[in-house]
Design a protein around this ligand. Structure first.
Ligand code: FAD
Ligand code: NAI
Length: 464
């Protein structure tokens, strides 16, 4: 008789957990995955990446059709109108197809889905709903949850988090977004395009912390040009709700005169925190760090033998692709192989229009480490962006001054999210800016701007 019910039990079926489970099964391990939700795919597929991108795409189409952006191309549309219920229905369809797809992949790979909330009984025994299972190796992939703003109650009607903001039943007149980070800017863009006045209140002096300074400044300019109001260096001191309206009290972060904003929707988007609620980690003896993340080593192993952690619940960027790559790596480590994730080369993308993407170091961070060379190329000088009338943004390549090795790439462009993959691959291969500059790029494409920015590092772009 087997000593354990399973070789591997993964807790959580988000991009980290479901990928870990599939990879473990592919490697011949008897695998189960516990998931408390009714559907697989975690935050990303159910209430994160996927529904937000569906609404970003749909709202982009609406704005183009209804605000005359197509007219200059000779495409005249009269009387375009919004059917928000249909927009939500199409979003739900995409979510359903993708979460169903994971269920199919579980069956195909013989991963057992244990439905219910999991809690440790000891380091190899876990209660899932009303059953108890044992496993030789257990992967904690329980993701993250919204960081609450003290004193502000999320009722999912007037005051919402990202989940509520993905499902508003009508377009708000005035949406106040607390937090000028990725969620605030993406979902703020959705509702602005659909007709809401949007005010973003950000505590820091600039939006998008963690991004390159020049990119943060240029992005703010573009969002303002689109009609979004950005109140930076501003703190929210309280939100009161009366009926279907909220009053948001704000004041300068450094202190000063307070003011109030009247809104019919408030989105709290000030970050996410690791989710270990109800897991009973104490029973397994698993340690958390000071930020509430499960402490792990380079191989994703916790302080307890046979217990591992990946994704948003572990340190690092809270991104789906980071979780997925860790899912593959942890399964390979459990199977006795060498699973590695290069955390220095994880792209970040904000899926607004234009998109904002980066990989590697910002110019500021690179300069702290030594001398750098920087090359920039604006989309204003890129022929494809010109033909598409899509010239906002630039590409910026940061390279080590001595070795020419690429340290960071930042892109603002309608296609930045797709283009950044090339930069990530170049960096993964240890490319120099010269390598990119001498790689033949198809013409006319947005990607040529990356080549030209790399040529600018060398001091010799052609088209500017
Ligand atoms: P999660 O996806 O959070 O999954 C964890 C799962 O574990 C959940 O399904 C949860 O129900 C389950 N669980 C928790 N505790 C238990 C338990 N005790 N027992 C059983 N099950 C449990 N990232 C991107 O890269 N690109 C994007 O475009 C993007 N857009 C986003 C948009 C929004 C609005 C949000 C909120 C996030 C977005 N993210 C995006 C972030 C991305 O969703 C996360 O980084 C990713 O989901 C993390 O994956 P994970 O597997 O670590 O955890
Ligand atoms: P975030 O960390 O990106 O941004 C939060 C913002 O709120 C920061 O700018 C911060 O300075 C500000 N803030 C914090 N406290 C505040 C306060 N009291 N008042 C005003 N501003 C305050 O977090 P966000 O946007 O909630 O997203 C959470 C995570 O989800 C992101 O870190 C990201 O990893 C992930 N995500 C990724 C997406 C993508 O990859 N496209 C899309 C959406 C989310």
């Amino acid at each position: 008789m087997a000593e354990y019910d399973y070789d591997v039990l993964v807790i959580g079926a988000g991009p980290g957990g479901y990928v870990a489970a599939i990879r473990a099964a592919q490697l011949g391990l008897k695998t189960a995955c516990a998931e408390a939700r009714e559907t697989l795919g975690g935050t990303c597929l159910n209430v994160g990446c996927i529904p937000s991108k569906a609404l970003l795409h749909a709202s982009e189409l609406f704005e183009e059709a209804s605000h005359g952006a197509l007219a200059k191309f000779g495409v005249e549309i009269e009387g375009a109108k919004l059917n928000l219920d249909q927009m939500h229905a199409e979003k739900a369809k995409a979510v359903g197809e993708l979460t169903g797809g994971i269920e199919y992949l579980f069956k195909k790979n013989k991963v057992t889905w244990l439905k219910g909330k999991a809690a440790f009984q000891d380091s190899s025994t876990v209660q899932v709903g009303d059953q108890t299972v044992t496993a030789r190796d257990i992967v904690i992939a329980t993701g993250s949850v919204v960081t609450p703003l003290p004193g502000v109650e999320i009722d999912q009607k007037v005051v919402v988090d990202s989940t509520g903001a993905l499902a508003l039943p009508k377009v708000p007149e005035h949406l106040v977004v607390i937090g000028g980070g990725v969620i605030g800017l993406e979902l703020g863009s959705v509702w602005r395009r659909l007709g809401a006045k949007v005010t973003v209140v950000e505590y820091l002096d600039q939006i998008l912390p963690g991004f390159d300074g020049e990119v943060r400044k240029e992005s703010a300019k573009l969002f303002k040009k689109q009609g979004m109001e950005l109140k930076t260096s501003t703190k929210v001191t309280g939100v009161t709700v009366e009926g279907d309206r909220a009053t948001v009290s704000v004041e300068p972060a450094a202190g000063g005169a307070a003011e109030t904003l009247s809104a019919d929707a408030v989105l709290v988007a000030i970050g996410r925190k690791p989710n270990t609620d109800g897991l009973n980690l104490e029973a397994a003896g698993v340690k958390l760090n000071g930020r509430g993340q499960v402490e792990i080593d380079h191989d994703f192993a916790t302080n307890v033998d046979g217990v591992w952690a990946i994704g948003d619940v572990a340190p690092g960027l809270m991104l789906a692709h980071k979780a997925e790559d860790e899912g593959v790596a942890v399964a390979e480590n459990i199977a006795g192989q060498t699973g590695i994730v290069n955390h220095d080369v994880i792209p970040s993308v904000v899926y607004t229009m234009p998109e904002i993407a980066g990989v590697g170091l910002s110019e500021e961070a690179a300069k702290e480490r030594g001398e750098v060379k920087v090359g920039k190329f604006p989309f204003m000088a890129n022929s494809r962006a010109k033909t598409n009338r899509d010239t906002d943004g630039f590409v910026k390549v940061i390279a080590d001054a001595k070795t020419d090795r690429v340290l960071g790439v930042w892109i603002i462009s309608s296609l930045a999210g797709t283009m950044i993959a090339q930069a990530a691959q170049a960096m993964e291969f240890g490319a120099t800016s010269e390598d990119i500059a001498y790689t033949c790029h198809a013409h006319p494409t947005h990607a040529e701007a990356l080549k030209e920015a790399a040529m600018a590092v060398q001091g010799k772009p052609i088209h500017i």
